[in-house]
Design a protein around this ligand. Structure first.
Ligand SMILES: [Zn+2]
Length: 165
């Protein structure tokens, strides 16, 4: 009886794991997402359009070194655009200094500008954030930001182009 239960459990666990694999793979990084975006290029075309660093961050979900982006200290009024496609993604009105070394915002410029997936790259789930128009990886959203949202959008400066107002 015990043995049957155990077998049934492991069969269920196995089925569960099998069923979740495609979901995890689809959410693992921007390069693996099967969704289509309004702005779409082949990998070779992206490599041509972007610098090596931009490609690594935007298309391979890389992370820039903390305190490496001049945009971390950017305090002028203006808008932040996706470096991949030019989509407006953040505003200086929502930027703050989180002290983390990455440009940080408490909200995106509007709800449709960015999209989210769950990312398991470092072993636990994080909210991956990407450009809604091209799917380019921007950074992650955490729940330790300031009010009124309580969100910290932790964004790679390499993924952004700043346009002063
Ligand atoms: Zn984009």
């Amino acid at each position: 009886m015990t043995k049957l239960t155990t077998n049934r459990r492991s069969a269920l666990a196995w089925l569960g794991a099998g069923a979740s694999v495609p979901v995890l793979a689809a959410c693992g990084g921007s390069e693996a997402r099967a969704q289509s975006y309004p702005v779409s290029y082949s990998e070779a075309e992206w490599r041509q359009r972007l610098s090596a660093q931009e490609f690594r961050i935007l298309r391979q979900a890389g992370t820039e070194r903390a305190f490496s982006s001049p945009l971390d200290d950017e305090k002028r009024r203006g808008t932040y655009h996706c470096a991949g496609c030019g989509n407006r993604v953040f505003s200086s009105a929502h930027k703050y200094d989180s002290g983390t070394g990455w440009p940080s915002f408490w909200r995106a410029i509007d709800d449709g500008a960015v999209g989210y997936t769950t990312d398991y790259k470092i072993g636990y789930p994080r909210t991956e954030e990407h450009c809604a128009d091209c799917g380019g990886h921007l950074g992650h959203r955490f729940n330790d930001g300031p009010q009124p949202t309580g969100h910290r959008h932790c964004i790679n400066g390499v993924a952004l182009d700043f346009r002063p107002a």
